[in-house]
Every structure is written in structure tokens, then in C-alpha cells.
Design a protein around this ligand. Structure first.
Ligand SMILES: *Cc1c(COP(=O)(O)O)cnc(C)c1O
Length: 374
């Protein structure tokens, strides 16, 4: 069987170092807020190209803490609007509503699957205070035009970099392009821990300081609480594992691009469309996922399953149609969301990982090319 993502095989590919690393931390007797976190913070911030990284418990917390810190700093107020792509993972939206802010859902472009810049501009009102871009599927959603627009209009630019560790834009890493960025180290991400983990990166010292305080019960000094904080930490075992895995991230992303290249060259079934922006293989895509579009998506999925190939839909239901937001008027929808809804009806993600063999990739291609509706 060709697995969608073989995490066991990925972990095994780091042996014996990964077991030695875990054992070293276990034996050290120090499990939180120690040397491993300091080391990873300095390595990861240098890798991303920012002056500050703050570790936290997961990607959702990283997003939530950034917005909460901006509220604490008086840069945004509950009730303000935050622009976000409508086709993102629910976490992006949850971080906004959790802070009493209003997500304004904007359509993606059908070719790039990233937020449509023209529609973004049209959605800005006097209440808009921030734009959250999502480097969805591992593809950079930033452009110089978007960055300049946010700066000129006094809008905070926040990156959701949960799916794009190592991605570049004109030589700069995603996670360093806006005012602040959230990273997730969920095991299945391009840089994954052996459990949950997350981080905030920024060049804004006050923001980094505020995030660190909020993530530590609102305290800078032991038993002195200046803010109403929470407990959100990256543990020492995860930080040590991430320092180890970071060394191979660029090489792993290059392997993902090789798989993508084979898919683009090999898939020739007219029933299957690879979005234009996904076909364009360069260093501004780290192929966290490889999405294809198919009108007969569900029967294609069954066909692949019969051929022993696992696929996943990202995502079957868009956030604005989820029950959790039904009838609550917490979301603001800009225009109609037909592009978003079409993506959710047609999208299918192919197996993708740095440990796939050539033979596995070929099996996926052959199965895709043998699909027909008759
Ligand atoms: C995974 C993910 C998150 C959340 O990360 P967790 O670590 O699972 O909380 C946020 N945004 C996007 C786009 C993601 O893919």
C-alpha cells in the first residue's frame, strides 16, 4: 500500500540520532524551559531569518497568542476585523474568533489556491486591523505588493506558516515576511515533532516579549502576574528533536519537490487538473501537500483506494459551513465563496513525503492515469 504519509518511516530515517536525543533529554532530568528550548530558539530563528522565536504548545496557540499579544499591546481591539483566506484550515479562523475578533473570509485564486489579492483589497474596511495569510499546501502566499499594501494601510500582516517550513520568497523564508508568524510542529508537518509543538517568530521585540509572557501564565518574573496568561510551552524533548530534524529540512523539502516534479510530468489523465500554481515547481513551494482537482473526486478517491493508494481531502467542508459557526454570526463573508466551495468539492491530496520511493510515486501516477468514468 502507498500511504498518504508514513510518519513511522520518517522517524526511522532519523535513527539512531532521534532515540539518542530523546534519551539524552530524559536522562538530563530537565523537561521544560531549558537548554534545548534556548538552542532550538536560536537555531530556528536564525534559519527563518528573524530576531525572535518563542516556543509554544502547538500551532493554534501560536496563532492565538500573536493576536492576544497585539490586543495586549493595544494594536488591535476585540471587534476588529482580520482578513483571512476562506479555504484555510479551521485553526486559522479559531485563533481569530477565540480573541473576540471578526474573521473576514476572502476567496482564494483558483490557480494558486492562495488568497486573491484583488478580493482582499476589496474586503478592507475601517475596522480591518490585520491580514492573516496562510501558506497553504506549502506554497508561499506572500507577494511584495501584498506586503506593501499592508504597510501603506497600517494593517498588521500575520503569516500562518504551519504548512510551509523552509519555504522561500525571493531568498527570504516564509515566517519572516510579515510582522509575526505562527508555526506548527504537529507530527505530519514538514518540520514535525514527536507530538504537539508550535512557535511564534517575529523581529518585533515587544511582541516576542508579550507572547512569551502570555504563554507563561502572564508572568515575566516568578509568581508575578502582569497579564491574564495561559500555559503554552514547547517541552525539552520536542525542542531537542526539532533541532535535530531542522538540519535535514532543506534536503527533505528538495525531495518533496522531486516527488512533485514526477507527478507533474507523469499525470496525463484529462479528468485530473493540477492547479497552475502547483505545477510551477520552485523554492517558494515546499509541497506540504500535493493537491489535484477532479470533478469526479469521490470516485477517483475510491479508484485509488482499490489500487492501494491512500489520499486525503484538504478539506472536505470549508470553515464557513462548519457546524461550530452555524447561526452565530461570528464570521464575515466577503462576496460569495464559490471558488472556496469548488475547491472543497474537487480537491484531493496525493501521497507526499520525503521518504516516498520512486516505485511508490510511479504507482500513484499509473493509478491516476488509469482512472476513467466509463
Ligand atoms: C496544522 C495547522 C495549524 C494548527 O497547528 P496545530 O499544531 O495542529 O495546532 C494551523 N494552521 C494551518 C494552516 C495548519 O495546517
Amino acid at each position: 500500500m502507498v500511504k498518504f504519509l508514513d510518519i513511522k518511516k520518517i522517524t526511522e530515517s532519523f535513527e539512531p540520532e532521534i532515540s539518542e536525543t530523546v534519551q539524552r533529554v530524559v536522562r538530563s532530568g530537565w523537561y521544560l524551559q531549558g537548554e534545548e528550548n534556548r538552542k532550538f530558539e536560536s537555531r530556528y530563528s536564525e534559519y527563518i531569518g528573524v530576531s525572535h522565536m518563542v516556543g509554544c504548545a502547538n500551532g493554534l496557540d501560536a496563532l492565538t497568542l500573536i493576536l492576544r499579544a497585539y490586543i495586549e499591546m493595544g494594536r488591535i481591539c476585540p471587534g476588529d476585523e482580520v482578513i483571512v483566506p476562506a479555504n484555510t484550515y479551521i485553526a486559522t479562523i479559531l485563533s481569530i474568533t477565540e480573541n473576540g475578533l471578526t474573521p473576514v473570509l476572502v476567496e482564494p485564486d483558483a490557480d494558486t489556491l492562495q488568497i486573491d489579492f484583488a478580493k482582499l483589497k476589496a474586503a478592507v474596511t475601517d475596522n480591518t486591523k490585520a491580514v492573516m495569510i496562510v501558506h497553504l499546501y506549502g506554497k508561499c502566499a506572500y507577494s511584495d505588493e501584498l506586503g506593501a499594501y499592508c504597510r501603506d494601510n497600517g494593517l498588521l500582516l500575520i503569516e500562518d506558516n504551519a504548512q510551509a517550513h523552509g519555504c522561500l520568497y525571493k531568498g527570504r523564508r516564509t515566517g519572516s515576511l510579515g510582522d509575526a508568524a505562527a508555526h506548527s510542529f504537529y507530527p505530519g508537518k514538514n518540520l514535525g515533532a514527536l507530538g504537539d509543538g508550535g512557535a511564534v517568530t517575529t523581529c518585533d521585540e515587544e511582541l516576542a516579549f508579550t507572547v512569551r509572557r502570555l504563554a507563561n501564565y502572564g508572568s515575566d518574573k516568578k509568581y508575578i502576574f502582569d497579564s491574564i496568561g495561559k500555559n503554552s510551552r514547547l517541552d525539552e524533548v520536542q525542542a531537542a528533536v526539532l533541532s535535530l530534524k531542522l538540519k535535514r529540512l532543506d534536503k527533505d523539502n528538495e525531495r518533496r519537490r522531486c516527488v512533485a516534479r514526477k507527478y507533474v510530468d507523469g499525470i496525463n489523465n484529462p479528468l485530473i487538473r493540477i492547479p497552475k500554481g502547483i505545477k510551477d515547481i520552485n523554492d517558494s513551494n515546499v509541497y506540504h501537500l500535493f493537491p489535484i482537482m477532479c470533478e469526479q473526486r469521490d470516485s477517483l478517491c475510491r479508484h485509488l483506494e482499490k489500487h492501494g493508494i491512500q489520499t486525503i481531502i484538504h478539506y472536505p467542508i470549508p470553515p464557513h459551513k462548519q457546524k461550530c459557526y452555524e447561526g452565530k454570526e461570528l464570521l464575515k463573508i466577503s462576496g460569495n465563496l464559490e471558488v472556496t466551495e469548488a475547491i472543497h468539492e474537487k480537491e484531493l491530496s496525493l501521497p507526499m513525503s520525503p521518504v516516498m520511493t520512486e516505485e511508490e510515486v510511479q504507482r500513484v501516477i499509473d493509478a491516476l492515469n488509469s482512472f476513467s468514468i466509463y
